[in-house]
Design a protein around this ligand. Structure first.
Ligand code: SF4
Length: 329
């Protein structure tokens, strides 16, 4: 197992002085095996990106904190197992990049605009490994080539000289160069055109196969999740609504939110009639949903009953299938 997230709760402060907060991730538990891809899907504002940041303790301090739970990350190559949630601040840089790495929707956030891309990758290597700069340069070149970037031609390019897709591939090279056990990919294809998105997805899949990396793939797009992941978590208002094998979730969704999400994606919906109006989930996700003592999907649910006004727990359906709903029959 590369990653075990155990009962993780992350607070997001709305007023730090008055200690007013809500749980942007609420008692979240899941695990990822070596070489497995797990998708976390949900609409914007559901808390999924915050959860991804928290896995690396990159959630912004002063406005958020991990209040309970564990994040165990382990390397398949040795017996090292580290609880990131409890790690001292000064030890985090040793783990980031080496055991767990992250790529973002916008590579410009992570790439330094005034340093050549080859040098940025070398820097990432030398921050963790003692070796000659020349050897680090060889590794950097190798990873650029793995990402189908002409290393010789592009090694000395600045980020602005590359296309968006190429910058994203440089990001993946940089994230993978230390051979981490876990890669968190937060909406890595959202800003890309369809063709480039497919290339990036293919490269993530290639890293899974060739490097046995476990991937947490965060996306608002269930159809992408279907194509790339082994398991899927459907996330809403900071909670897991449904969790299981991706093919089971897509072919036999049981949670009303998952059913509604699938219905609103033409490529997935069995009910979709071309040129007919698309299904839209009524209402919208609000901050109050995160604080709600009832089912958090209550206000938008087509199956709600009076019993749903109580707090709803995540129930085990069978094997690795979980659902947070009391009206699934
Ligand atoms: S518990 Fe009730 S409100 Fe919540 S998803 Fe299920 S049916 Fe809908």
């Amino acid at each position: 197992m590369s990653l075990i997230v155990d009962d993780l709760t992350v607070k997001l402060y709305t007023n730090f002085k008055k200690k007013e907060f809500f749980n942007v991730a609420d008692s979240v538990s899941f695990s990822v095996q070596n070489g497995e891809i797990i998708a976390i899907v949900g609409e914007s504002g559901s808390g999924k990106s915050f959860l991804g940041l928290s896995l690396m303790r990159l959630n912004p301090p002063y406005i958020s904190e991990i209040s309970s739970g564990n994040i165990f990350v382990s390397s398949p190559e040795n017996s090292e197992k580290i609880n990131i949630a409890k790690l001292k601040e000064n030890k985090l840089s040793d783990v980031r990049g080496r055991l767990i790495s992250m790529i973002f929707q916008d590579p410009n956030v992570s790439l330094n605009p005034v340093i050549k891309i080859g040098d940025q990758i070398i820097e990432a290597i030398l921050a963790h490994k003692k070796m000659k700069k020349k050897d680090a340069a060889d590794i950097a070149m190798h990873y650029l080539e793995l990402m189908r970037i002409d290393g010789k031609a592009r090694f000395n390019s600045y980020p602005h000289e590359l296309s968006g897709g190429m910058r994203q591939r440089v990001m993946i090279a940089m994230a993978m160069v230390l051979n981490p056990a876990v890669l968190v990919a937060d909406e890595p294809t959202t800003a890309l055109d369809v063709k480039t998105s497919l290339q990036v997805l293919a490269l993530i899949e290639k890293m899974r196969v060739e490097k046995n990396v476990s991937v947490i793939f965060i996306s608002h797009d269930l159809s992408i999740a279907r194509n790339i992941s082994d398991k899927t978590i459907v996330f809403y208002a900071g909670q897991i609504m449904e969790y299981g094998k991706t093919e089971d979730i897509i072919n036999n969704p049981v949670h009303p939110y998952t059913i509604s999400l699938i219905k609103s994606v033409p490529a997935l919906s069995k009910d979709y009639v071309p040129r007919e109006k698309l299904f839209v989930i009524p209402g919208s996700l609000s901050q109050n949903d995160f604080k709600s003592g009832k089912c958090r999907f209550y206000g938008r649910c087509f199956k709600k009953t009076e019993e749903c006004l109580n707090n709803i727990s995540l129930l085990k359906l069978n094997g690795e299938r979980f659902v947070r709903c009391i009206n699934i029959k």
